[in-house]
Write a protein that binds this ligand. Structure first.
Ligand code: GLU
Length: 477
């Protein structure tokens, strides 16, 4: 079989269903870069009516924590990346990996290597001295070790008997044709001396058992793929399609890191970004559908295609993210926006039971806020009487301003408390007094909010409520 044909053989589940997976390691909070890859894998499965599988790669015991595992589940739920199978935990699959290792040993496709780390270091030093690339020299391959007695007291690693010749090639769904010469690939260690299986091996056994048809993952794994392809073949499995997504960079072209702003997804949830904003934003990091910038989850699913993934690195842009959030806030259903806002109000000491309903606050501020946190901060005066800063008091609450506020109280007390009626009273009052509208609005705005800039005064009063409005006016004028 030519490598070409072999490389493009596809492990489509027998019923033709596309099966993708997200396989995070719980060694930190989900990073925008890896969640972006999850979004692609999820959207592809959803687009094609396939299955999306969550697999937690928790074999790095020293760095994996329960907190990070829970964080992955929480973040996936928040973003709406629902999965059809899993979460599977690699640590629960150890017997299966051991059985697969035994299968390879029995078939002569893997072997025990007794080389000590001191020997390996010496070999490496010699190779470097000769100007060669350091690599394992195959000295415990069965054909070379025949007749040799394993040294006493050395626990062997298990190595894969990598093919010597030929190339490993695949047509990457994102990057196109990629080829590696087998001569470049070492005999990979599949299990440590204590028997624990290594990362590249577990991934392949899992992808086979979970009948993954499309492995969509970050391009930091490109170098693992030829080794994994050889393992798929050794285990007698057809290959999935591989698609390696480009790295996410910061605006300055450096790998995305804390220097560019928050990098963990949950930080954005805590800062008051909407899940639909993040889904939209992450999808646009390296994928495009024409010039669509603001889109819904349903649109993403309808449009997503691996062909739309760019080969070049995506750049994170925090300003664009803030803009996008403002756009999604404008489009969100008011009731839902209120529910999302409520915890932010509480966090700033505003009790929704002791003031306007969060949905009303959301309606009042949806055109003006980039985040829910910002919205809650702006809305503080709706729950607590403000301190009016001295300069604003001097400017707007002088004798003339206070007279306006006094005169308005009985009129406001008498009307039906709706925005239209409030607006009409304020206008009628200005006309009757022969003063300009701002001479009415500004004292009112400053007295009630402690600020010179709020949404329209009639709308603010309507949300603040008659009782609070009159109480605050009475206290001031
Ligand atoms: N656990 C790996 C990671 O977090 C992903 C492996 C894969 O997708 O094949 O980078």
């Amino acid at each position: 079989m030519t490598p070409d044909k072999d490389a493009t053989a596809v492990n489509i589940a027998t019923d033709g269903t596309v099966r993708t997976r997200f396989a995070p390691s719980p060694t930190g909070h989900l990073h925008l870069g890896n969640v972006r890859t999850a979004v692609f894998a999820w959207a592809y499965a959803r687009r094609l009516g396939g299955k999306f599988i969550l697999r937690i790669e928790d074999t790095d015991l020293a760095r994996s924590t329960d907190e990070y595992k829970q964080g992955i589940l929480r973040d996936m739920a928040w973003l709406g990346l629902d999965y059809d199978e899993g979460p599977f935990y690699q640590m629960e699959r150890m017997p299966r990996y051991r059985a697969a290792l035994q299968q390879l040993l029995d078939q002569g496709k893997a072997y025990r290597c007794y080389m000590s780390s001191a020997e390996l270091d010496a070999l490496r030093a010699e190779q470097l001295a000769r100007g060669e690339k350091p690599r394992y020299d195959g000295r415990w391959r069965p054909e070379q070790a025949a007749g040799r007695t394993p040294p006493a007291g050395v626990d062997p690693v298990i190595r894969f008997r990598n093919p010597d010749a030929g190339i490993v090639a695949w047509d990457d769904a994102v990057k196109g044709r990629i080829e590696f010469a087998n001569a470049e690939l070492d005999d990979l260690v599949l299990a440590r001396p204590d028997g624990t299986p290594m990362y590249n091996f577990c991934v392949v056994v899992d992808d086979i058992d979970m009948r993954i048809t499309h492995v969509i993952r970050g391009d930091d794994h490109v170098n693992n793929t030829p080794r994994q392809i050889n393992l798929f073949r050794a285990l007698g499995a057809a290959l999935p399609v591989f698609g390696h997504t480009p790295t996410v960079l910061g605006t300055d072209g450096e790998k995305l890191s804390k220097r560019h702003g928050a990098v963990s997804l949950y930080q954005y949830a805590e800062d008051g970004y909407l899940p639909e904003t993040m889904l939209n934003f992450l999808a646009r990091l390296g994928w495009a559908h024409g010039d669509a910038e603001v889109f819904t989850r349903a649109e993403l699913i309808a449009w997503f295609d691996l062909k739309g993934i760019s080969e070049s690195a995506a750049r994170f842009n925090g300003e664009k993210l803030a803009w996008l959030n403002a756009e999604h806030i404008k489009r969100a259903d008011e009731g839902r926006l209120g529910e999302l806002l409520a915890p932010f109000l509480r966090a700033t000491g505003c009790d929704p039971n002791e003031g306007p309903a969060p949905s009303q606050v959301a309606a009042l501020y949806r055109e003006r806020a980039a985040t829910l946190a910002e919205m809650a901060e702006s809305a503080h005066y709706l729950y607590h009487a403000p301190e009016v800063p001295e300069p604003l008091r001097a400017q707007h609450l002088s004798a003339a301003g206070l007279r306006v506020l006094q005169a308005l109280q009985p009129r406001l007390a008498a009307i039906d408390w709706r925005k239209e009626a409030i607006g009409a009273v304020l206008k009628a009052f200005a006309a009757e007094q022969g003063i300009k509208l701002p001479q009415v609005m500004m004292p009112l705005r400053v007295a009630l909010s402690g600020s010179a800039s709020t949404p329209a005064v009639d709308a603010v009063l309507a949300v603040l409520g008659r009782e609070r409005t009159l109480e605050r006016l009475a206290a001031i004028a």
